[in-house]
Design a protein around this ligand. Structure first.
Ligand code: PGA
Length: 249
């Protein structure tokens, strides 16, 4: 598919995941520097940041919501209840949160999140008017054993079952590329993003790449016809780096 179709048909989404970083004071400082660096004429680009929960309300005060939106780093499937450390859709909506990251490799790895739980979280987001950013990706061992496509297919099939593809972002994040400085080769990432799009069977779905995205590789990554955006960890903590990523050429 030629490149211009990507821009005509699909949304470009540049997302930052702050993980367990940034206090409210850090958030104010970041946004004071970041907002003026974003090129206003690039309004076709949707920029999203997922701050920690404690900084969401500070973030909401600062964001103008035209091009800078808030994501949550998780979402629960129940409305309320005895679910210590979880967060409900209503709590997020109160702070104008529009997106929810689910299935990130860190909760998959450290808290044994299953595809079934991820699916419930994604469906909960959609049912409550939030767009889920569903992360999928293989480990280094799985890739070396030649299992990457099989693992990703399972994560897509089980994690996205019963979800609405027109209100969905999928992030392909090879686990070996997260926080390691090793980026997946752009052509290979493009191939996997194409596979994910085919599995979903909906051409307009937004597919991101994530894993060591930096100012020096963003232009090549975004030149790929099946990559509609990026999910950025480390480089989203620095206003200048993240602005360069958001202003990719
Ligand atoms: P990274 O993290 O950009 O620091 O590799 C990506 C992610 O975890 O989403």
């Amino acid at each position: 598919m030629i490149l211009w179709i990507k821009y005509l048909v699909r949304k470009t989404v540049i997302a930052g995941n702050w993980k367990m970083h940034m206090t409210c004071a850090d958030t104010k400082k970041f946004l004071d520097q970041f907002i003026p660096l974003i090129e206003k004429n690039k309004s076709d680009r949707n920029i999203i940041i997922a701050p920690p929960y404690t900084a969401i309300s500070t973030f909401a005060e600062y964001s103008n919501f035209n091009y800078l939106n808030i994501a949550s780093q998780n979402i629960h499937w129940e409305e309320s209840g005895a679910f210590t450390a979880e967060i409900s859709p209503e709590m997020l909506l109160e702070h104008k949160v529009k997106y929810a990251i689910v299935g990130h490799s860190e909760p998959r790895k450290y808290f044994s999140e299953s595809d079934e739980q991820i699916n419930k979280r994604a469906k909960s987001a959609q049912a409550n008017g939030l767009t889920p950013i569903v992360c999928v990706g293989e480990t280094l061992e799985q890739r070396e054993r030649g299992e990457a496509e099989r693992i990703i297919s399972r994560q897509v099939e089980q994690g996205l079952e019963g979800t609405n593809p027109s209100d969905l972002i999928v992030a392909y994040e090879p686990i070996w590329a997260i926080g390691t400085g090793k980026t997946c080769e752009a052509q290979e990432a493009n191939k996997i993003c194409n596979l994910i799009r085919k599995l979903i069977g909906y051409d307009e779905v937004t597919i991101q790449y994530g894993g060591s995205v930096k100012p020096n590789n963003i232009d090549e990554i975004m030149s790929m016809n099946h990559i509609d955006g990026v999910l950025v960890g480390g480089a989203s903590l620095d206003p200048k780096s993240f602005a360069r990523i958001a202003n990719y050429k």
